[in-house]
Design a binder for this molecule. Structure first.
Ligand code: SF4
Length: 493
């Protein structure tokens, strides 16, 4: 279990804090076994194409707080992803009937001479300008490789401006170069929130924190009949709302890869219990998760009634879907916990999971509880998964593997990965809303979308005919793990 210290301005990166890795090939069962026995080792790649950045992940959580501002203390290029979040923010506002506002994002434009003379003056000026223009309730400063390397005293500026402006000005340390695991950026954002925004509880509320991206509000129908109110955090929350999350009765993780740190911090610092069962994907996963929720919320009888009712509704429909999907094969590429959830879900639908390229692996989450291990749950419930690759979005590995596996469908979690399936003529499904597949209804939703995608194979067949592949025959004939640490001989496809 990682020990949360709010005295430290920075949270340690996942490699150090949790022992997380980005390079592995083998079976999912082997990975779980290595993690349990302390034998997990990262296999470094000799060649790397691209990666995400912690700063972007911190931004994705902080940028949609309705009355806060984000100042990105960085060269302007680091803010290149801002427009994408602005788009998600506007769409989310429409879905939630919120007033249309553009994101309040600023960048300090660190230039070459600033890397010699320092850029704290620019940072102070930008914060004052942001405050004058927007009058936010809080300002978050996200750091960058440049600000980290030159050693700007960002914490000092944040503390001085907090006093001057009378609102929390909070440093969020998320320099991209520090970690190969970009989800470290989520931890940085949450550390900033718990350290400087969340207040000690005055009373217990009837709220349940839902740590999520910006998914649909599916928890309303579950929690309200139980007498509880969902509090969707962090995107689309307000600073005032975040101040009170310490008063909640429980915390739900939609994806522990996302909320590992925040869930553990709220439990350790303020005693808010975290639902530690793996998220509710697949029939058995949903049963387990609901029972754990019922136990924590003291609603066990109501939950048993709900499980029985839902089984009666869903099982006959599920049987039909299983018949249609029997024998179909799938390959998954996704972030860790959501990837594990998708494995469980596809197995539940009777499909064969031929393998997965999962962006990183946390041997345990911050709560240190093996009960939260979603991959172990998938392996123990549905059997081992061959060709399990931990791969931080290295497209060259993915393309090589896909070309060998040739599944009936590829399931992707991130938009940038779907084109590779299409180029190879493999139907590819991308679902941005991770709540779409949550719970019993999620199984039916997903089955329907898979069938629709498989029905439309001709679309990708035509795309493949008219597209080119940047990878040569030489590479496609190599062992896909040629550059992964050691040269492993693979004959599993
Ligand atoms: S913080 Fe570093 S890794 Fe992230 S976008 Fe900027 S330069 Fe790139």
């Amino acid at each position: 279990m990682s020990v949360i210290s709010l005295k430290e301005p920075e949270v340690a990166i996942r490699e150090v804090r949790l022992g997380s890795i980005t390079g592995f090939e083998g079976t999912a069962g082997e990975l779980v076994q290595c993690a349990r026995t302390g034998k997990l080792q990262d296999n470094a790649r000799q060649f790397s194409q691209c990666m995400g950045c912690s700063s972007g992940n911190a931004f994705c959580q902080l940028s949609m707080i309705q009355d806060a501002v984000v100042v990105n203390h960085a060269p302007v290029g680091c803010a290149g992803d801002v427009f994408g979040f602005n788009f998600v923010y506007r769409v989310g506002q429409m879905e939630r009937n919120l007033p249309p506002v553009i994101g309040r994002y600023f960048n300090t434009n660190i230039e070459e001479q600033d890397t010699i003379f320092g850029a704290t003056q620019k940072l102070e000026d930008t914060i004052r300008e942001a405050y004058t223009r927007v009058k936010p309730k809080a300002i978050f400063i996200t750091t960058s490789c440049a600000s980290g390397i030159i050693g700007d005293d960002v914490e000092g500026v944040a503390n001085a401006l907090t006093e001057e402006l009378g609102i929390p000005v909070v440093a969020c340390f998320c320099e991209g170069f520090k970690s190969k695991i970009w989800t470290t950026g989520f931890d940085s954002a949450y550390h900033a929130i718990v350290r400087k925004i969340v207040k000690p509880p005055l009373k217990k509320s009837n709220k349940v924190n839902i740590i999520n991206f910006w998914g649909s509000h599916i928890f309303d129908d579950l929690l309200k009949p139980l007498g509880y109110e969902p509090d969707y955090i962090v995107p689309f929350s307000t600073v005032g709302q975040l101040e009170r999350i310490s008063e909640a009765v429980a915390t739900i993780q939609v994806c522990p890869t996302l909320g590992s740190y925040l869930g553990a911090a709220l439990e350790q610092v303020y005693g808010v219990p975290e639902i530690k069962a793996p998220p509710a994907y697949g029939l058995r996963g949903t049963d387990n998760w609901l029972r754990e929720l019922g136990r924590v919320l003291d609603r066990e009888d109501q939950i048993e009634t709900l499980i029985n009712k839902e089984h009666a509704r869903v099982l006959p429909l599920l049987g039909d879907y299983r018949k249609q999907l029997e024998g179909k094969t799938a390959y998954i590429t996704a972030g860790a916990a959501h990837g594990h959830a998708l494995i469980a879900l596809l197995r539940e639908l009777g499909m064969t999971v031929q393998g997965a390229a999962i962006f990183h692996h946390d041997p345990l989450y911050d709560n240190g509880d093996t009960a939260s291990d979603a991959l172990a749950h998938a392996v123990n419930t549905y059997g081992d998964i061959a060709n399990y690759n931990v791969c931080n979005k290295q497209a060259y590995e993915l393309v090589n593997i896909l070309n060998r596996v040739r599944p009936d469908i590829m399931i992707a979690r991130h938009g940038g990965m779907t084109l590779w399936g299409a180029k190879l003529g493999i139907p590819t499904l991308l679902i941005g809303d991770e709540h779409f597949s949550f719970g019993y209804q999620g199984l039916l939703n997903y089955a329907e979308r898979i069938l629709e995608t498989l029905d439309n194979k001709e679309f990708v067949t035509n795309l493949a005919k008219h597209s080119t592949m940047p990878y040569t025959k030489w590479w496609l004939e190599q062992n896909p793990f040629h550059f992964l640490g050691r040269n492993v001989h693979v004959e599993v496809y």
